[in-house]
Design a protein around this ligand. Sequence first.
Ligand code: PEP
Ligand code: MG
Length: 589
Amino acid sequence: MKNDIILRGIAASPGIAIGPAFIYEDNGIYSSRFDKRVDDIEKESNRFKKAIEKSKKELAGIKRNLTKKLGFAKANFLDAQLLVLEDQWFIDKVSDKIRKEKKNAAGAVLEINRELLTKFREINNPYLKERLSDIKDVTKRVIKNLSKGEERRINLPQKMIILVAENLSPSDTAQLEKETVLAFLTDLGGKTSHTAIMARALEIPAVVGLREITKNIYPGVKIIVDGYVGIVVVNPTEKFLRNYEKKKIHLLNIEKELLGLNELSATTVDGHTVDLSANIEFTKDIESAKKHGAKDIGLYRTEFLYLTQNGLPDEELEYKTYKEVVDKIYPETVIFRTLDIGGDKLFTDIPEELNPFLGWRAIRFFLIKQDIFRKQLEAILKASYRKNVRIMFPMMTDIEELRKAKKILREVADKLEKKGLDFDRKIEIGIMVEVPSCAILANEFAKETDFFSIGTNDLTQYLLAVDRTNEYVASLYDHLHPAVLRTIKTIVDAAHRNRKWVGICGEMAGDPLAIPILLGLGIDELSATPIVIPEVKKVIRTLSMKESKKIAKKCLAFSTAKEVRNFLKEIINTKLPIIRELIFGGIEN
Ligand code: PEP
Ligand code: MG
């Protein structure tokens, strides 16, 4: 293999890591059962046969549906997968493993799948390489049908690796441990996908959207990952390695220096203070939020408890989890966002959809599945006994949704009151403003809520019609687009007109480039992933409100995202060289 192969992707999580590649095949489910031997060979062979038949039926059903929706030509790619299920070589090989080696069926399928993939990788034929994904998909389906009811666990070696995968789901990413996964790289993905957000929360460097890295590298090859700027160097020479080691130490020193701002408030040079808070997914993230100098928790993404459980959490566990957050953050505050599943956060109760981001997501799911909604509201209310809790509904599109959600919340509160439980009857109720219709009706929404938190990740996606997880359109996804900026101004003005506070909890709140504009627009709160909080604080403490207002005015008048970006880069370059190094890579290689 050639040396110093440079690949460019999307910088998803900062940090530099160097290590051997481990190519991860997503088999849909992992459990310790893969290694288990079986005694009853007949029973296991029958299970395998049934799983094959079930998978065939499922595929035939999907093909029928797709043919109706998209036509025959678009649906017949599934034939390749059906062929694998009928392939005698595949069936015999798996059956042999079960019979001769007493392997359990899922483990046998997994091993034969690995053999097949290795063979296909060695063939230098683009058509056959394309079939790799069919083999992977179909294996995943068979294993899923063999593993019903088991908890999904990601299967990785217990040694230090750079994880390379076609894609990683947010809940799989949540299981990664930074002690062994030095960094991860994926073919798919965008900067604000929940997988990227999770990488930043876990402080694991990551580059996503590399398109074909899984097909173009070999297991074990040394890799440098530069998660600051989204560069990957495969098979580096000594010279490259030395440069990167130096760069790593230099940037770590900058990060350490910024941590020195920890105890200070996020106050501009002319005395204006912003509430700088943290976004978290798990209770343990509170440590990181505090370490990085966050004040409150501005967004607790409650869905991760559901995703890692692969189903509904036990009521007691849910309440205890929220209570722990409340107790740990007290006397500061926490905003619990009610369950926001759907989109790229797949959930067992949501069927496969053609457009999941436009589908049965967040509050839309909850207003139908009211029993689950009521249980979650009850757990949050019970945890509000210290009166430091706020509640927030995601993906509001229509005021009717808000009224329904508030009515259900009132009913749950009445029930708790009757039981004599101690909770905050006057809990503040806010909404995520992340859908254009909600932004346009911000004035009306503001009258019926206590606060707004702008979800710029979705707002950008829905305003610009760019899927936030799709690497092919990633260059069109930009929260600095003037259309996004002008919409934010509309939302902030509407909130303030109605004397309500307004924050931002999308990734934009952690983008140093965006901070001058957000300050200038009068945002009251910024809530970001813990690791970027020191940078954001540095920017705030360097600027004045007076100059931020001027910057915001200027940016709002631009007509392209590129003009906004260039203008802001210039400001960061001249006023904040330390931040420039972190976000633009500072050192040349
Ligand atoms: C957002 O959309 O900006 C947001 C904060 O929510 P999520 O990223 O979880 O969709
Ligand atoms: Mg959102």
